[in-house]
Design a binder for this molecule. Sequence first.
Ligand code: EPU
Length: 335
Amino acid sequence: MIYENVSLKKYNTFGLNVKADRLVTFRHEENAIHFFEQNKGSNQKLKVLGGGSNILFTGDYHGTLIHPEMEGITLEGKTGNDVIVSAGAGVIWDKLVESTVNKGIGGLENLSLIPGLVGAVPVQNIGAYGAEASKTIEKVRAVNVTDGTLREFTPEECRFGYRDSIFKGELKGRYLITRVYFRLSTKPKLSLEYGSLKYELSKMGSTSLGNVRKTVINSRTAKLPDPQLIGNAGSFFKNPVVSPSVAEEIRLKNPRVPLFNDPSGGIKLAAGWLIEQCGWKGKRIGDAGVHDKQALVIVNYGNATGLELFELSEKVRISVAEKFGINLEREVEII
Ligand code: EPU
């Protein structure tokens, strides 16, 4: 379907009422291939927009937005305890998590309730509660938007990093992901080391997949605002990783700073904590605010503009740089 001069209010979780010149949606991969083949050589501005849960529009979008609506969750095969499940790029991520957990298939349970569509999962390499999507991704199918050619990416080719992949780097804007394949398990190794997950779970009785999902959902709903009620895009910044010596300098001045070992050998700091120390938690400028239960989340209380939200985020970023000498990197994409 092609929509002209369309409001993006329901296509971005900040709830901003901006417009796009054109929005093109695809239910089927073949239609996307056909569209991009036809479009080959044209220099119109194209951008893929998934669930809009990690994006901040600072004004109207002059160009064409591509929105995947490919549906379907398919059990592709089973060897021993391993199960391959695929999902269309337009499937709501949490529907996939729910459906696998309900079938006793594990691997995605810690990623319960993350907003967004399946197609964005490899781009952003979503993560929460000690799990990252990249650990389960088997294959990614995508169409090249410049000529309509189809390509399948192995996990190595996706070059996954912390909230990062080749689709955000070298191949940014080049591919529309159409389907993602996950390697899951009927005998999963649960990952319960994050925060108080294990303790919260112990209060539920059994450590079933369903209970891990419930625990994660309870924890998320307690801290993170529901985008249906208060516009937001989850964590606005990434957690910074610094050298052990920089972390030690900060710890000397702030003995209570939470520090986490990063697999890279560096030390991960909690951006939410740094922001809270700068006094921003629960602060509000007009309708743009810093969430009162998790300072890493910038919220729209109703009628903030994209520019106002961006300006607030910049004030936050500058205070953290001034107080701690740390430059926070955005997780949310600014358009
Ligand atoms: N903290 C504070 N003040 C705050 C927020 C956090 O002191 O306002 C401290 C907490 O006390 C804790 C530490 O910071 O010691 C970590 O906090 P939390 O467990 O809430 O997680 P986070 O590091 O702030 C990350 C992800 C979230 C994910 C949670 C849970 C990033 C950028 N964010 O947040 O992901 O849900 O862990 O696993 O890595 C997202 O990416 O959009 C997102 C919401």
